[in-house]
Design a protein around this ligand. Structure first.
Ligand SMILES: NC(=O)c1ccc[n+]([C@@H]2O[C@H](COP(=O)([O-])OP(=O)(O)OC[C@H]3O[C@@H](n4cnc5c(N)ncnc54)[C@H](OP(=O)(O)O)[C@@H]3O)[C@@H](O)[C@H]2O)c1
Ligand SMILES: [Zn+2]
Ligand SMILES: [Zn+2]
Length: 360
């Protein structure tokens, strides 16, 4: 059992990695008592984000072991602190990447708390009471209500879970660039994984022309037929890449591994924007020429604010957008992480937490 601070009296079963082998095993730990601003949540489902792999294998060099991953959490409220507003027992709720922020800075005050300097994450973070945060690969979570959102009644809980990270991470840049309201732009999505497949669904639902740029020719048929993409380019095919030069207004890069930006930048029209949300562990090489000859911009962003996360879920409720998932029992987490690392998932693993037996 893990060492924790004195206010941590609630025993919780979960699953953790203990070293950079990334192997996940059952793990019992303590969570804080339900404070005045907290809700306790019985976790039903938790998505497996590629970020979980970066952490369990310490690919970014910042992991505090043992790490209980998971920041695509949905469940049902089981306890409500007395200062909590807007939530009651039995509510269907979600928690994403945010566990704590300063609540006072200009970003916290303008619903951009995801850019707060004091941001602490749902796992591998340090909460206000000094304890290390543990994520959603577990049966119960205590969360400050200011970082909790409502799941629309018409959305299934399992396929909604990945929206809490993957969904808002791709929704936020589309909104920031006016692409939720305007229609008819040409948008490129690089990498058709967990983030990428939701991005295609959003961009199509918002009325845009969507090109997927992928390393996997095997994903073409489903990208077009199931997800509704208009074009599919294999990034290793120079002829296809050449043919698509200067065709896109906006590109969202969701790739988790090292890759070259030059050919991607060349796909942008003059004044186009490449928005990076994927987080490879190695730095990019940034070529000057495609920027200066095309007046192009590169920027990046992290998830979205809480208000924006609720807005994204409400939009999903309206358009009936959920993720394409493979539901697994907790005893298959290691297999799922391995398959995700091998780019073998359509398009998100989700853990059925309630399906845990006493042995897993
Ligand atoms: N900024 C944020 O707030 C935020 C939030 C969540 C996640 N992330 C990061 O976003 C990245 C993607 O997460 P995810 O959960 O969507 O991962 P994922 O499901 O593994 O998808 C990543 C996709 O990238 C492509 N890819 C993989 N290796 C590649 C390579 N060597 N070269 C080119 N393309 C490659 C694959 O698509 P194709 O088969 O189509 O090529 C793969 O499906 C991760 O780095 C994650 O940490 C960032
Ligand atoms: Zn994530
Ligand atoms: Zn702040």
């Amino acid at each position: 059992m893990a060492e924790t601070t004195p206010n941590h009296t609630q025993t919780v079963s979960g699953w953790a990695a203990h070293d950079s082998s990334g192997n996940i095993t059952p793990y019992t730990f303590k969570r804080r008592d339900n404070g005045v601003n907290d809700v306790s949540i019985e976790i039903l489902y938790c998505g497996i984000c590629h970020t979980d792999i970066h952490y369990v294998k310490n690919e970014w060099g910042i992991t505090r072991y043992p790490v209980v991953p998971g920041h695509e959490i949905v469940g049902v409220v089981s306890k409500v602190g007395r200062e909590v507003k807007g939530f009651k027992e039995g509510d269907r709720v979600g928690v994403g990447c945010l566990a704590a922020t300063c609540l006072e800075c200009e970003y916290c005050k303008t619903d951009q708390e995801n850019y707060c300097e004091k941001l602490e994450f749902t796992y591998n973070g340090v909460f206000w009471d000094g304890s290390i945060t543990y994520g959603g690969y577990s049966k119960m979570l205590v969360a400050d209500y200011r970082y909790v959102v409502h799941v629309p009644e018409n959305l299934p809980m399992d396929a909604t879970a990945p929206l809490l990270c993957a969904g808002v991470t791709v929704f936020s840049p589309l909104k920031d660039h006016g692409l939720v309201e305007s229609r008819g732009k040409s948008i490129g999505i690089v990498g058709l994984g967990g983030l990428g497949h939701v991005a295609v669904k959003f961009a199509k639902a918002f009325g845009h022309h969507v090109t997927v740029i992928s390393t996997s020719p095997s994903k073409e048929a489903e990208a077009k037929e199931r997800l509704g993409a208009d074009h599919f380019i294999v990034s290793s095919n120079p002829k296809q890449m050449q043919g698509a030069k200067r065709t896109l207004d906006f590109i969202l890069d969701t790739v988790s591994a090292e890759h070259s930006l030059l050919p991607i930048l060349e796909l942008l029209k003059v004044n186009g924007t490449l928005f990076i949300v994927g987080a490879p562990d190695k730095p990019f090489q940034l070529p000057a020429f495609p920027l200066i000859f095309g007046k192009r911009s590169i920027k990046g962003g992290i998830i979205g604010g809480i208000k924006e996360t609720q807005e994204m879920l409400d939009v999903c409720g309206k358009h009936n957008i959920t993720c394409d998932i493979e539901l697994i029992t907790p005893d298959r987490i290691n297999e799922a992480l391995q398959r995700l690392a091998n780019n073998d998932v359509r398009y998100r693993f989700v853990i059925d937490i309630a399906a845990a037996t006493s042995n897993n």
